[in-house]
Design a protein around this ligand. Structure first.
Ligand code: AMP
Length: 191
């Protein structure tokens, strides 16, 4: 199994880079943001519980998020690997993910951080809002989402860094070059 985490603020390019990685390395893509959006759109019980939190750009509780992630992983026992996107966002989530991978006799092989400045993120999300009209990209919620990342989510990085599992890639610039940079790490792990 090859298990990778793609890490970065909203608008860092995780979606674009994920698509490339899942195709090339045959990974099962798990985006907790996409899963939550699916639940809210389909008005499931979980969707109803998290709708307001997501629309406000706040983080869903660890309990709910970890349970949803675990279910998604366990639904795919045949996967040759996973690409986690938007998860973990807290150290408790990171620990839960390690435990989950251990229960599958596997582990997280690398955490790839797409490093992007706050200014760049704001510009990109403004563009995406015009294209996709995501409710949580609305400008009044944007500050909250970005500050959640820079105030809370970034604290996960030292956890992985101290264990030598963190690879930081400059997320600003040509998409092809960023892909190549990411690929250097992943191809070395995939051998
Ligand atoms: P994203 O598309 O990854 O930015 O996620 C959209 C929204 O879903 C976030 O603003 C949070 O409200 C929620 N969310 C996604 N992943 C997580 C997570 N790992 N922990 C807590 N909340 C999350």
């Amino acid at each position: 199994m090859l298990n990778i985490i793609l890490f970065g603020p909203p608008g860092a390019g995780k979606g674009t880079q994920s698509e490339r990685l899942i195709e090339k390395y045959n990974l099962y893509h798990i985006s907790t943001g996409d899963l939550f959006r699916w639940h809210t759109k389909n008005d499931t019980e979980l969707g109803q519980r998290v709708k307001e939190i997501i629309n406000n750009g706040e983080l869903v509780s660890d309990d709910i998020t970890i349970a949803m992630l675990k279910e998604e992983v366990e639904k795919n026992p045949e996967a040759s690997g996973f690409l986690f996107d938007g998860f973990p966002r807290t150290v408790d989530q990171a620990i839960a993910l390690d435990n989950l991978m251990e229960s599958l006799d596997s582990s997280i092989h690398a955490v790839i951080e797409l490093k992007v400045t706050e200014d760049e993120v704001r510009q990109r999300i403004a563009k995406r809002k015009q294209l996709e009209n995501r409710v949580d990209d609305a400008s009044d919620k944007l500050d909250k989402r970005i500050s959640e990342y820079f105030n809370k989510t970034v604290h996960v990085l030292p956890f992985y860094k101290s264990q030598d599992r963190l690879v930081t890639v400059n997320g600003i610039g040509d998409i092809e070059n960023i892909s190549k940079e990411i690929d250097k790490t992943v191809s070395a792990l995939a051998v």
